[in-house]
Design a protein around this ligand. Structure first.
Ligand code: E4P
Ligand code: PEP
Ligand code: MN
Length: 445
């Protein structure tokens, strides 16, 4: 499978959830422009992540995937990127320290700009317009002009991803993510919260351990940088196809728009265009599996996407909902495991737990999120399989989008600071709380 499928052939398959561009010449110009742009990530980096995912599948590591539901172009600022990275680093420290398991860190960042929607339209006060599909496609403003799909935005995705990734790379290699900085990540409002104080204790123990290791001759440079990778949903095929290149080392295709790409719940049709593109690329890939997934669906997806059963290639990201996971997940895991399929299991406890508050805001209950992760751990424990990771929507800021958590946010609080343009994210305190609770589950796993 060393070829890139033809874009026209993919389009002919009638891919779900694609924008309908009024100006097709402009679309072709954007695609042509993107084909000339340098890769955002290297194929070799994708392979490194694939090796790490293989360790997750073997039960030797835990994967933390997290970031915005939908990144925005306006959100490409130093503060915003740093805050997201900081909360992910804090979570990773908690998970690693509490469970003594290596944590594979993957940001939903530098490419997460396109959204599948449950409806093609949105109605506000009697006015109906095309739905917002992410900054990759159209504008969030509720006007007719802004909601028209604009292919120039695909080129803007590239530049926004490049700017974000450049900063992420500087942070993770330039000293900010140095383990000896564990204390300094615990800043401002979080530091004063109960979970921040709990983090402070962990940080103090880590600092002591690092001092000890340095004293016995360990190389301090070992702590200087962290491995961090990027992921996003590979939704808009014009973009992902334009960013798919033949790797000069191996002669095989990689989607160089991000290290890890996944197929969403709404686009995982076995004969669909997304599966067709993804089965050709050599990145580590994921597929979201919702509660309607049958064991045979999972087997068929694995056979098509990873026919050689390559370790680390495939991750199943389950998103059943807290009320369904304990009944729905066992059949899937059982059959996949019995078939000898090499896969990493990751829990997305967000997308099965969304509801609309009476005020109209989309939200999620922190307790439902935790309950789904607990159900995921319980199912894997009872089957003797490894709960390989969590995939969460979060932000490094003090937003009010999900209810519950230690601050006990209520539905009336949502309007205070609701900034997501799509799904509700855990704020920084809620994210750290989740990390401590998951660390406890991991310790027992
Ligand atoms: O993030 C994902 C999807 O875009 C989202 O869950 C769908 O949301 P919608 O039902 O508001 O379209
Ligand atoms: C759209 C998403 O998820 P899913 O495909 O699982 O609904 C998402 O991860 O934002
Ligand atoms: Mn989402």
């Amino acid at each position: 499978m060393s070829t890139i499928p033809d874009l026209e052939a993919l389009r002919a398959l009638g891919p779900a959830q694609q924008p309908t561009y009024p100006d097709t010449a402009a679309l072709e110009a954007s695609v042509a422009k993107l084909r000339t742009m340098p890769p955002l990530v290297f194929a070799g980096e994708c392979d490194e992540l694939k090796d790490k995912v293989a360790a997750v599948a073997r039960g030797e590591a835990f994967m933390l995937m997290g970031g915005d539901c939908a990144e925005t172009f306006a959100g490409v600022t130093a503060d915003n990127v740093r805050n997201k990275l900081r909360v992910l680093l804090q979570m990773a420290v908690v998970l690693t320290y509490a469970a003594s398991v290596p944590v594979v860190k993957v940001g939903r960042i530098a490419g997460q700009y396109a959204k599948p929607r449950s409806s093609d339209f949105e109605t506000r006060e009697g006015v109906t317009l095309p739905a917002y599909r992410g900054d990759a496609v159209n504008g969030y403003d509720f006007t007719e002009a802004s909601r028209v799909p604009d292919p120039q935005r695909l080129v803007d995705v590239y530049h926004s991803s490049a700017a974000t990734l450049n900063l992420v790379r500087a942070f993770v290699t330039g000293g900010y993510a140095d383990l000896r900085q564990v204390h300094t990540w615990n800043t401002d409002f979080v530091r004063e919260s109960p979970v921040g104080q709990r983090y402070e204790l962990v940080a103090a123990e880590i600092a002591r351990a690092l001092t000890f290791m340095q004293a016995i001759g360990a190389d301090p440079d070992e702590f200087h940088r962290v491995d961090f990778h990027t992921c996003h949903e590979g939704l808009v095929l014009d973009y992902e196809h334009a960013m798919t290149r033949i790797d000069s080392r191996t002669g095989t295709p990689y989607d160089v728009s991000g290290h890890f790409v996944w197929i969403g719940e709404r686009t995982r049709q076995l004969d669909g265009a997304h599966v067709e593109l993804f089965r050709h690329i050599r990145n580590p890939i994921g597929v979201k599996l919702g509660p309607s997934t049958t064991p045979d669906d999972a087997l068929a997806l694995a056979a098509r996407l990873n026919p050689d059963n390559e370790p680390g290639r495939l991750t199943f990201i389950t998103r059943f909902g807290a009320g369904k996971i304990r009944d729905g997940l066992p059949h899937l895991v059982e059959k996949v495991a019995a078939s000898g399929i090499d896969v990493a299991w990751v829990c997305d406890p967000m997308h099965g737990n969304t509801f609309e508050a009476s005020s109209g805001y989309k939200t999620r209950r922190f307790d439902d999120v935790i309950d789904e992760v607990q159900g995921f751990f319980d199912v894997h424990r009872s089957l003797g399989t490894w709960p390989g990771g969590v995939h969460v929507e979060l932000t490094g800021d003090d937003v009010t989008e999900c209810v519950g958590g230690g601050d006990n946010l209520e539905e009336v609080d949502l309007s205070h600071r609701y900034e997501s343009v799509c799904d509700p994210r855990l704020n920084r305190v809620q994210s750290l709380e989740l990390a401590f609770l998951v660390a406890e589950m991991l310790r027992q796993a």
